[in-house]
Ligand binder design. Structure first.
Ligand code: HPA
Length: 259
């Protein structure tokens, strides 16, 4: 099994037999990693079995092992996306590997467009639920997975205790890579989406199928298409991540200290 092979390589290369928590740092979240702590071991993703090289700008391509209090934490710097041509299995492989390496808690971060009125650029929002609009699944064969409370209510409560200004929302995961049209955003709003992005939902499904608890945080890097008259760009997404890094880093560190 590829996930187990990768887990063995992670244990060997980091010298840590089990990492209890894994964090996926997506677009806009790379700089926040510095606030979590200094890694005692780092591995380039392509050196691990089954891992690819995250290619979207702003994705680091490293796996770091850090210790926060007594927790061994794996930081996955960047991810692979369906829109890059990867299969669902390839997209979720780092999460599968992290769980095989001991992760009982998976913290998924991403950049998202804000759909719901009142969301502000630079604001982190807890993912309370999702719409998987990729028409893909990482689950092969007949595995029925319950997704009620997929986004762990206790972990969300813990995050809100830490930062009472945190809001929650429903994240719509689309294939991309094009940003949405204003008409698509109106459709998503009607469907109940508060946030929109191009990642995360398959990872959450895979993590739940493997029994890990999942916490998700979106950074609102822009208001979704048509919400304002403005055009969207990946540069803006990254710039907002940079600006929000100290707050995001503190938030992640605080969560990792308490789980
Ligand atoms: N749409 C889709 N994905 C995104 C967006 C967006 O507006 N912003 C950041 N990722």
């Amino acid at each position: 099994m590829l996930a187990e092979q990768a887990a063995e390589a992670i244990a060997e290369r980091t010298g840590v037999p089990r990492h209890r928590v894994a964090v996926v740092l997506g677009s806009g979240w790379q700089q926040a990693a510095a606030e979590i702590g200094a890694p005692h071991a780092s591995i380039a993703m392509p050196e691990l079995p089954g891992f690819g090289r995250p290619s979207a700008q702003g994705h680091g391509g490293m796996v770091h092992s850090v210790t926060v209090n007594d927790n061994n934490v794996l930081l996955l710097m960047g991810r692979q996306h369906l829109y890059e041509g990867y299969t669902p299995q390839q997209v979720v492989h780092p999460v599968s590997a992290a769980i095989a390496a001991g992760a009982e808690i998976v913290l998924l971060t991403n950049a998202a467009g804000g759909i719901r009125g009142g969301l502000r650029v630079g604001e982190p929002v807890l993912i309370a639920d999702h719409l998987n609009l990729t028409a893909r699944t990482p689950l092969e064969g007949a595995r029925f997975v319950d997704l009620v409370d997929a986004w762990d209510p206790e972990l969300r409560t813990l995050a809100k205790e830490l930062d009472p200004s945190l809001g929650e929302g429903v994240y719509a995961g689309l294939l991309g890579p094009q940003y949405e049209t204003p008409a698509e955003i109106r459709m998503l709003a009607t469907l109940g989406a508060d946030l929109v992005g191009m990642s995360t939902v398959l990872e959450a499904i895979e993590a739940r199928s493997r029994g890990a608890r999942v916490l998700g945080i979106s950074l609102v890097t822009n208001l979704a298409a048509g919400v304002t008259g403005q055009h969207l760009s990946h540069a803006e997404v990254l710039a907002e991540g940079q600006a929000a890094a100290p707050r995001l880093g503190k938030l992640l560190r605080g969560i990792l200290e308490r789980v």
